[in-house]
Design a protein around this ligand. Structure first.
Ligand SMILES: [Zn+2]
Length: 188
């Protein structure tokens, strides 16, 4: 394990997700259509909405591959270039546990969700550090995740640590960024 896989208290993080909110289902459906999926047990990428399908692309970043909509993948490439500039070993320790995955949300407790996961539009990614994703570090977070949050935030991505629940490995294009991309014509 590298130092990046070590856990640090969330209380030691600076302000995160400033000016950024999680992209709402309403925003996502209004901008990219609604995928016709009713399950959460797998990825049903054939059911991606037509506007999402039209924008899908892939890229290889370091040792991992990502698949999502074009502006999100381009933004990720830029974020990981910045991660590499900050510290090559942090890039080396980073991986993806999946970007595009058309499915409903998977709550870790309570009733099954009828809401769509933001992975359904290829605008969210789960980041592994040292090959491990940690959704809930019980008040702690991997140093690698803590270190990349500001870089993702700067690029307009919301960190799942901000959910205050159990999704610390998750990053998604923020609601504000989705609307900005739409206004710039990046969503087709
Ligand atoms: Zn996720």
């Amino acid at each position: 394990m590298s130092k990046w896989g070590g856990m640090i208290p969330k209380s030691s993080l600076g302000p995160i997700n400033v000016g950024l909110s999680s992209a709402s289902e309403t925003t996502m459906i209004s901008l990219l259509g609604k995928p016709n999926v009713t399950k959460n047990d797998d990825c049903y990428n054939d059911l991606a909405s037509p506007p999402t399908k039209a924008l899908l692309t892939s890229a290889t970043i370091a040792k991992f591959k990502v698949r999502g909509i074009k502006p999100a993948v381009a933004s990720l490439v830029s974020v990981f270039n910045n991660i590499q500039s900050l510290d090559q070993s942090l890039l080396d320790a980073s991986g993806s546990e999946g970007m595009l995955c058309v499915r409903l949300r998977r709550p870790t407790s309570g009733a099954p969700s009828t809401h769509l996961s933001n992975h359904s539009w290829g605008t969210a990614i789960d980041i592994a550090v040292d090959g491990k994703t940690i959704g809930n570090g019980k008040g702690k977070v991997q140093l690698g995740i803590a270190t990349i949050i500001p870089l993702f935030n700067k690029a307009g991505w919301f960190s799942g640590v901000g959910f205050g629940a159990e999704d610390d490995m998750h990053f998604e294009v923020a609601n504000e960024t989705m609307h900005a991309w739409a206004a710039s014509g990046l969503l087709g």
